[in-house]
Structures are given as structure tokens and as C-alpha cells.
Design a protein. Sequence first.
Length: 383
Amino acid sequence: MTETQNKLTLRSTFAAIMLLFLTFCAGNAFSAGEDFYTIRGISVDKTAASALEARQQAVAEGQRRAFSALYRKLTLKTDRGAMPQLSEEELTSMITGFQVSGEKTSAGRYIADLSYEFRREMILPILEANNIPYSESVSKPIVVLPVFDDRGVKNLWNEPNPWRDVWLNIFEGGAGPEGSQSRKDDWAQTKLLPIVVPSGTIDDFKAITVDQAVYLDKDGVANITDIYGAGAVLVAYATLQNNNGVRRLDISYQRSDFLSPAVVETFTGGDTDEDIFRAAIFDVVLNLQEGWKDQNILDRSIQNRLAITSKINNLQEWLQIKGTASNIPAVQQISVRELSVGNVFWEISFVGDLTQLKSALAQRDLILQNEEGYWTLGMSGEN
């Protein structure tokens, strides 16, 4: 056999192996991250005639609260009043199982933290049947840099920065919100837009200065996002005035990726500085989560197909691209049309608009771009 024949045989063998794998993997069904439909941290405390009865009541109450927390996680604040009212039997049928931690019982009392795992395939049809828009898109983390203006001196890493101290106490110290049970339930869940607040390590100091943060300097932003594997920075700039015990907190915040406009807000009141800081922080976090969902709610009446080329070095690389793209909520189907040693020509069917798809892919480090009329998809950092 000649050298040319050897090369052709190897190419044919490679193509045959690839075709076998690609055919096997061609279909697609969305698979959410294992945590997405698991609702944790539902704290229950019930009293009844017996511990068993108290436990039964706690589990029933817990699953209803868990469903409400999942509904609020998926939907916008404006649709809270549209939450479907389901029977206990209907709720139970949607749960694949639950876990218990911190369990304590007495003669007629039951205390525990409960976690419930819901069936996506039963939740979403209910939302769609009731015309309730929802979003399953999960963002890369966003790094929050709390800058405090102390009588004209801007502090990020340096002291005093009581503004950053409270952010850290909430996100590292676990000092979640007080008040209603629903607020506490919601806070216990994983965020669609995860938030990271740097603690001020030497690496943080080196990555970005306070001036770079205030002006969203490109190099500083890149440095700090690289450290935390984040997609963007949010600079939260605060000034506090206290006139005879009347507190006024002015804050402004802006994302480095400018996916949302700058926001300026004023808060007044609070018995302590920490009180007013906490009120502002929880408001900022809620706005961030709502803004992300609003941008990523899919119009499922819009069906699209896109022909794509992906350059690959091996089978594993393609399977990684395909697997990652398959887990994008907008993606409905992936079909392989043609393959060669270094390229896969495929088609992706998705709902919603192209901008949303590109954004969702970018959150998974996949870059979709138009190159002279042809769409290509590859992993971030590829040449």
C-alpha cells in the first residue's frame, strides 16, 4: 500500500468513527444543571399532636414553599401574581425526591432544612399553558466591586470601606435577608446570575485599583474577571451622609459589559449604617437577577435554524462543543450535516432570537460569530 493510500485509509477510518459518534449524539434534549431544579434551604418548624404528624405537615408545607421559590426563580417579578395554584397531590407528583438536614424532633415538634428536586418536564408545561414567560439561562458570575466614597476619598481595598464590609458579611458571612419567609427561601437558592465579592487579597490588590474600577478600565476588569472566572464586573459606588441621625445613601452601579444601563438610586432611613447598606445591597441583587432574566426570557413562538461550522482537533473537542451547546435552554435540536478531519458542519435549531443565543453560548465560553457570511462556533480562546 502506498503512502497516499495509507493516508486515505486513515482519513476514511477517522471519518467513519466520527460519523458513528456524531450519529449517536445527533439528537438533543436540554439537560439543566443538576442544581437548577433543586430547591434547598427550606427551613420548617411545625408543631402537632405527634412528631410524625408534625413531620408530615412540615414536608407538605415545605414542598409548597419550594415550588413557590422555584416559580420565583424562573419568572419575573411582574408575573408573581400569575403563579398557578396546585393541589398537594399535583405538587407531590412533580418531585423526584427530597433530602433532610438538621433534623430535630420532640414529642410534637419537627424542625429541619428540606431540599426538593422538581421534574423540569412537569414544571415548564404548566408555565407555558398559562402563558407565563420564564428563563432558565444561567450567567457566568459577576464580580461586585463596592467602592465607598469617604468624604471625597474613594476606597475599594483600603479602609475604611464599611460598604464592602457589609457586602462581604452578606456573601461570605451568610448574613442573608430578614423579614418574610419567601425572601429567606429565595436567598437560599442558587442565583441565575451568581455574585462574587472579592475579599481584598493581595491578588485582588494587584488586579485592579480603585481608579481602574471606577472608570471600568479594560485591563483592570480583565484581570479581576480572570481571577474569579467571571463574565463581567459590577462597580457599586456609594456615598453616605448622616445629618442628625437621618441617613442618606446614594449609590450608582454599572456593569463592565454594559448589558444594562447605569443605575442611580437613593436610600434613606435605617437605625444604623449597616441597616441602610443591607437594604441597598438586597435591592441591587434583586435588580441584577431580574435584569438577567428579563434579557434571557425566550419567545418560544420564534423558531430558528442556523448552519454552523466548527473547527476541531479531535473527537473529544467536538463532543465538548456539542455537549455544551446542547445544555443551552434555547437549543432544541443539533444535527450533524457533514464532517471532515478538522471540521464539523452542523445545524442548530433554537427558540428566541440570535442575540440571546450568542449571549447564552458566550456564558459557556463558546463564541458564535459571522465570518464573511458563514457562522462559526468554537471555544473561547481559539485562534
